[in-house]
Design a protein around this ligand. Structure first.
Ligand code: NAP
Length: 279
């Protein structure tokens, strides 16, 4: 049912499933705060509906989309242009619709970078980073960190093919960052790291094991878990007890949404209203 049948512009999130997304809350709060007559909806589409949906965006009056699992890579062939960063990452999470011209962007990378630098004061230049996971989010984050001048990025993943693909692509593109594939958590050398990131879904369920034992963590380490529901994963709890600084992924969600909003509307995103909607 339409919440705002008079909305002049329609935006939304495309995924499958997508109904648990927090993006509608955040973007509709932004439209309300700026008195923009627009509505942000959920578009849950089955794989067989993807192509016809993307090709009909202009005709059905959709001005912009966020794209989530499992379509961040699959939408690319239907776009007219993708940003340089989205090309390097190999995934699009934002589409801007201008008539029948579709342009793809990746705001996850810049969203993560803005959160750690602007809110957490962590500047990646010269830093040593341990990354758990080599999937979609890890790709965006590792590109952002390498572009920002990280000294060493160690990565592990239980899927060896994904690990090899990501580390080979980083090595090829960023020769100033030392990229180290690791067989397991112990191989990440967390003891040397300034930043430890969980970019796996492990921790979303209360029954999930803690990915890293407390004795591998040290004071001064920033532990960043991309998960934001629950707000504090077991990893973050253990990290806090070990004296580390911690952050969940809510800030990344906020900033990637702000950047998408600005790409679509051309106006500054209302950070406070969007954050309040997420809290
Ligand atoms: P993904 O593409 O499925 O990647 C996750 C990777 O982690 C997969 O390669 C997976 O391997 C691997 N993995 C699973 N368990 C592991 C373990 N114990 N040790 C090492 N690697 C393991 O997922 P994604 O899209 O990157 O998302 C990852 C997490 O980030 C999710 O929780 C997602 O909600 C979150 N996220 C947050 C934001 C934000 O704005 N805060 C944005 C994007 C994603 P298998 O495929 O073999 O299981």
């Amino acid at each position: 049912m339409d919440k705002n049948p008079q909305a002049e512009k329609i935006y939304g999130v495309l995924g499958y499933p997508a109904k648990h997304s927090l993006s509608p809350l955040m973007h509709n709060a932004a439209f309300a705060a700026l008195k923009i007559n627009a509505e942000y909806k959920i578009f849950e589409k089955k794989p067989e509906e993807l192509e016809s949906f993307i090709r009909s965006l202009d005709k059905v009056g959709i001005s912009g989309l966020n794209v989530t699992v499992p379509y961040k890579e699959k939408v690319i062939p239907f776009l007219n242009k993708i940003s340089e960063e989205a090309k390097i990452i190999g995934a699009v999470n934002t589409i801007k619709v201008s008539g029948d011209y579709l342009e793809g962007f990746n705001t996850d990378a810049v969203g993560f970078l803005r959160h750690i630098s602007e809110d957490l004061g962590f500047i990646p230049q010269g830093k040593t980073i341990s990354l758990i996971g080599a999937g979609g989010a890890a790709k965006a984050i590792s590109v952002a960190l390498a572009k920002a001048g990280a000294k060493i990025i160690s990565v592990c993943d239980i899927d060896k093919t994904k690990l090899d693909t990501l580390t080979a692509s980083l090595k090829e593109r960023f020769n100033k960052t030392e990229v180290r594939p690791a067989c397991d958590i112990a191989g990440l050398n967390i003891g040397e790291a300034d930043l430890l990131i969980n970019a796996t879904p492990i921790g979303m369920k209360e029954t999930d094991a803690c990915l890293v034992a407390g004795d591998l963590l040290h004071k001064g380490l920033l532990v960043y878990d991309l998960i934001y529901n629950p707000k504090e994963t077991r990893l973050l709890r253990v990290a806090k007890e070990s004296g580390c600084r911690i952050s969940n992924g809510l800030g990344m969600l906020l900033y990637q949404g702000m950047v998408s909003f600005e790409l679509w509307t051309g106006v500054s995103a209302p950070k406070e209203a969007m954050l309040k909607a997420l809290s």
